[in-house]
Design a protein around this ligand. Structure first.
Ligand code: HH2
Length: 289
């Protein structure tokens, strides 16, 4: 079994060279797009096999929906949903990089023991005071995301004076806490939290503001996949109808400095970011031509 450091090495080498694709798998009954699709271990394993074949660099496994208004999931239930799945994934695909999408340190701890090497925390490690300690002790990488409020409250009229400046400031505070807890610089990724306490306008401003967020000096992860702001821009389309809009956001996110994109549609996203990378990165086709 590779160590966490060995598993993470290819990601570190790729950052700045090409955009990494994180494929989403929610082992939940109620996620806004893929909820209920992977209720059995067999269904989840089949989906993972497909995502890996399509070129996913990271598998993000979640056991709690964080859509607006979602009910919190008890710790034991979240553990039951994600830990055996991660164990099975790590056994079947030892080279795969597995991320656990959780805000609970106990879930993170067990997921890391089971074979995950990334903790994706939508609260920026603020919901559970032990999260940073667990990540520091295990040598995992952490994604620190911005959220305003909690999933229950976040979409109740979110306001900012300057959304880009405020998100940047909060992410900087998260970084300082993580560094103080002993998590090394290279094990921290940041995420503006598209849709987490933001209006349509805030989401657009944050995407345009990615170059500003990138000045913090950490890799930036962006999660726009099939989110409601895309539906709103297209005349209130449901999640099933938001793929093309998602791909447009991915191309521009790459142009504006995203290093990792979190998506439900791996094949389409891999193709989109490959073309965007060729256009935007010096190591791409343009340099060869
Ligand atoms: N978005 C969702 C969940 N986790 N993590 C990061 N780092 N960034 C995101 O933008 C992000 C995230 C929401 O999407 P999904 O997991 O599909 O839905 P649900 O929360 O309903 O499970």
């Amino acid at each position: 079994m590779p160590t966490t450091t060995e598993r993470l090495r290819p990601l570190h080498e790729a950052i700045g060279q090409r955009t990494l694709v994180m494929g989403v798998l929610n082992a939940t009954p109620d996620s806004f797009y893929d909820g209920g699709r992977y209720a059995t271990l067999d269904a989840a394993l089949a989906r993972v096999e497909q995502m890996l074949a399509e070129g996913a660099d990271i598998l993000d496994i979640g056991g709690e929906s964080t859509r607006p208004g979602a009910e919190p999931v008890p710790e034991a239930e979240e553990i039951r949903r994600v830990v055996p799945l991660i164990e099975a994934l790590a056994a079947r695909y030892p080279e795969a990089v597995i991320s656990v999408d959780t805000t609970k340190s106990r879930v993170a701890h067990l997921a890391l023991q089971a074979g995950a090497s990334i903790v994706n925390d939508i609260s920026g490690a603020t919901f559970d005071p032990r999260m940073l300690e667990v990540v520091a002790q295990t040598g995992a990488l952490i994604v620190l995301m911005h959220i305003k409020g909690t999933p229950q409250t976040m979409q109740q009229n979110p306001t900012y004076d300057d959304v880009v400046a405020e998100v940047k400031e909060t992410l900087y505070v998260h970084v300082r806490r993580a560094l103080q807890a002993g998590i090394p610089f290279q094990h921290i990724w940041l995420d503006p939290g598209i849709g987490f306490g933001k209006t349509v306008q805030h989401n657009l401003e944050l995407l345009r503001g990615l170059p500003e967020l990138a000045t913090l000096g950490f890799p930036i992860l962006v999660g726009t996949s099939r989110k409601s702001f895309i539906g709103h821009l297209l005349g209130v389309l449901p999640p099933e109808e938001r793929l093309e809009g998602t791909l447009a956001t991915l191309a521009l996110a790459v142009a504006w400095g995203a290093d990792i994109v979190r998506v439900h549609d791996v094949k389409e996203a891999v193709r989109a970011v490959k073309v965007a990378d060729a256009l935007c990165r010096s190591s791409g086709i343009l340099q060869l031509g």
